[in-house]
Design a binder for this molecule. Structure first.
Ligand code: FRU
Ligand code: FRU
Ligand code: FRU
Ligand code: FRU
Length: 494
C-alpha cells in the first residue's frame, strides 16, 4: 500500500445494499477524496509523477497511430454489449461506437459538433497481429442528418449534437442505442442565448454484418427518455452549466426482470445557493485535519456537486423510464462524474466513473482518470476503492502543481497529465480510453484517437495496474484494442 502523508481519515462506508428504490445516496466525501492527495509524494519534482504506480496508467507514447486514418477525431467510445457488460462480435465483426467530429475542427471545439460514428474490424485476432492502429474500419455516422434534432420542441438550435451513451444488442440483431441528445442555442459569438438542453435518449436499429463489413438500418427515430427533474437531478433552471448525460443500462441479478440505467447528473440544488453538509464532508469525530461546513461552503466548493443517477425501465421495450434517487453524490468534491458504469465481480457491485483534474472542488485535487466505488448492491453505501480515495487509474500527474489544460499543460506536469480520458472498464479488467494531449508544455500532441488498452486487477476494495499486460513489457496493450468476449455466429455464415 502506498505511503500516506498526514491528512484526514476517510469516511467509514459499510457497503451495505439498499433497495434500488430506497432514498439512500452514497457520498464520495471530501474526507475520502482528500486521500488522493495523501497518496501523492510531496517531494516529487517538476514533471515527475507524484502518484503511486499501482494507480497510474502507464505512459502513452507521443508517436501514437490514428485509428481513423485521418478521417475523424475520435473520443468517448463504447462497445456493443448485453445487459451484463459482455462485449459482442456479430458474424465475425467487432463493433464499437465513438463520438466523432470533423478533423477540420480544433480538437477542443469538438463537443458542440459531436456525432456518433462506428468502427468495425474482424474478431478473433490477437492485438499483436493487428495493424498498429488497431485495424478498425470507420463505418461512418450512425444517424442521418436531422434525425436526432427532431425531439427538441425548440427547433431554433445553433448546434445539435450526440453525446455519449451505450449500445445493447438483442436477439435478431436489434441494437438499442442509448445516448445523450443535445441542443445548443448559441449566438454567432458562441454565447448561450439560452441554456443547452441535454436529454437521455434511445434509438433502435439493426446491425447487418458479414465478412465485407458492418451496416445499420433503422436509427431513423429518437425517443426522448429522461430530462433532468430538479428534484434528484439538477436542471438548467437551477444551473445553466448542469451536467446530465451518458446513459449506461444493465440488469441486476438481485432484481431479475428489471433493467436499470446509471448516468451523469448534478445534485439538484440551485448553483447560487448550493450548500454542502457535514455528511458531504464526511470527517470522523475529532479529526484534526477536518474542515468545517461553513469553511467549505465559503470556499467556492459548492459549485462542484456531481452525482450519479439511477433510473428504472417501466416497460420491456426500454422506451419508458423513471428516475430513482441518485446512487452517489460528490458534493463539494467534483462537478463531473461522467460515463458511469456498473461492473460486477465476485458478487460485488463496482461503480466506475471518470472525472477530470480540472473539475475538482476547491481544496481537492486528483488526476484525470477513472474512479471506482464498491458495494453489495447497485444502491449501497459505496466504499471508494483504494485507501478509501476512489482513485483507480489516473494519468501520470504531479499533484504538487496546477494541472493546466489539455491545450496548455502546466509547465511542471509530466507528459502524461492529459494523456487520456473517458476510461471505460471492460470484461477482465481491461480499460480503454481516448488520447487527449500527450507531451509537455512546449511540446505536446493532441490525440483524437483511442489510447492503448491497459489492464487493472480488481480485488475487493482495491485494484492495481497490471504492468505485465501487453506485448512490449510496459503494461500497454494494443492501440484502440476493444475486443469482444462473446461472439454471435462467429463463423459469419448468415
Ligand atoms: C430489495 C432488496 C433488498 C436488498 C437490496 C439489494 O429490493 O432485495 O432486500 O437490500 O434490494 O439490492
Ligand atoms: C456530418 C458531419 C461529419 C462530421 C460530423 C461532425 O454531419 O459534418 O462529416 O464527422 O458531422 O461535425
Ligand atoms: C470538458 C467538458 C466535458 C463536457 C464538455 C461540455 O471537456 O466539461 O466534460 O462534455 O466540456 O461542453
Ligand atoms: C466525456 C464527455 C461525456 C460527454 C462527452 C461530450 O469525455 O464529457 O460526458 O458525453 O464527453 O463530448
Amino acid at each position: 500500500a502506498p505511503l500516506l502523508q498526514p491528512g484526514p481519515e476517510p469516511t467509514y462506508h459499510s457497503q451495505q445494499a439498499y433497495a434500488p428504490e430506497d432514498n439512500f445516496t452514497a457520498k464520495w466525501t471530501r474526507a475520502d477524496a482528500r486521500q488522493i492527495k495523501r497518496m501523492s509524494d510531496p517531494t516529487a519534482g517538476s514533471r515527475q509523477n507524484s502518484m503511486p504506480a499501482e494507480y497510474t496508467m502507464p505512459s502513452v507514447p507521443q508517436d501514437f497511430p490514428d485509428m481513423s486514418n485521418g478521417q475523424v477525431w475520435v473520443w468517448d467510445s463504447w462497445p456493443l454489449t448485453d445487459a451484463d457488460g459482455n462485449q459482442y462480435s456479430v458474424n465475425g465483426q467487432e463493433i464499437i461506437f465513438s463520438l466523432v467530429a470533423d478533423r477540420s475542427l480544433g480538437f477542443d471545439d469538438r463537443h458542440v459538433f459531436a456525432k456518433i460514428g462506428y468502427f468495425y474490424r474482424p474478431a478473433g485476432i490477437p492485438a499483436e497481429q493487428r495493424p498498429e492502429n488497431g485495424g478498425w474500419t470507420y463505418g461512418g455516422l450512425v444517424f442521418a442528418e436531422g434525425v436526432t434534432g427532431q425531439i427538441f420542441e425548440d427547433q431554433s438550435y445553433s448546434h445539435q449534437t450526440q453525446w455519449s451513451g451505450s449500445a445493447r444488442i438483442f436477439p435478431g440483431g436489434e441494437v438499442k442505442l442509448f445516448f445523450t441528445d443535445v441542443a445548443f442555442y448559441r449566438d454567432a459569438k458562441g454565447n448561450d442565448i439560452k441554456p443547452y438542453d441535454p436529454r437521455i435518449a434511445l434509438s433502435v436499429g439493426h446491425v447487418h454484418a458479414n465478412k465485407n463489413g458492418v451496416k445499420f438500418t433503422g436509427f431513423d427515430k429518437v425517443i426522448s427518455l429522461l430530462e433532468a427533474d430538479g428534484t434528484y437531478y439538477q436542471t438548467a433552471e437551477q444551473n445553466p452549466y448542469f451536467n446530465f448525460r451518458d446513459p449506461f443500462t444493465f440488469k441486476d441479478p438481485a432484481h431479475p426482470g428489471e433493467t436499470y440505467m446509471v448516468f451523469e447528473g448534478n445534485s439538484a440544488m440551485p448553483r447560487v445557493s448550493a450548500k454542502c453538509t457535514a455528511e458531504d464532508l464526511g470527517y470522523q469525530e475529532g479529526d484534526p485535519y477536518a474542515e468545517t461546513v461553513p469553511q467549505v461552503n465559503a470556499s467556492g466548493a459548492t459549485y462542484q456537486i456531481g452525482n450519479i443517477g439511477l433510473a428504472k425501465a417501466k416497460n420491456a421495450d426500454l422506451t419508458e423510464w423513471e428516475f430513482l434517487p441518485p446512487i452517489l453524490s460528490a458534493n463539494c468534491v467534483t462537478d463531473q462524474t461522467e460515463r458511469p458504469q456498473i461492473y460486477m465481480k465476485d458478487g460485488k457491485y463496482y461503480l466506475f466513473t471518470i472525472s477530470h483534474s480540472t473539475t475538482y472542488a476547491a481544496g481537492i485535487t486528483g488526476p484525470e482518470g477513472v474512479y471506482g466505488f464498491v458495494g453489495n448492491g447497485i444502491r449501497s453505501d459505496y466504499q471508494p476503492m483504494n485507501q478509501g480515495s476512489g482513485l483507480v487509474l489516473g494519468n501520470p500527474s504531479n499533484l504538487n502543481y496546477w494541472p493546466g489544460t489539455p491545450y496548455d499543460p502546466d509547465y511542471n506536469q509530466p507528459a502524461g497529465h492529459f494523456q487520456s480520458y473517458s476510461h471505460y472498464v471492460m470484461p477482465g479488467g481491461l480499460v480503454q480510453s481516448f488520447i487527449d494531449t500527450v507531451g509537455v508544455k512546449e511540446d505536446f500532441r493532441r490525440g483524437g484517437t483511442l489510447a492503448p488498452t491497459v489492464k487493472i486487477n480488481i480485488h475487493g476494495d482495491s485494484s492495481e495496474v497490471d504492468h505485465s499486460y501487453g506485448f512490449n513489457g510496459n503494461g500497454l496493450g494494443g492501440w484502440a484494442d476493444i475486443s469482444a468476449n462473446l461472439n454471435v455466429n462467429p463463423s459469419g455464415v448468415i
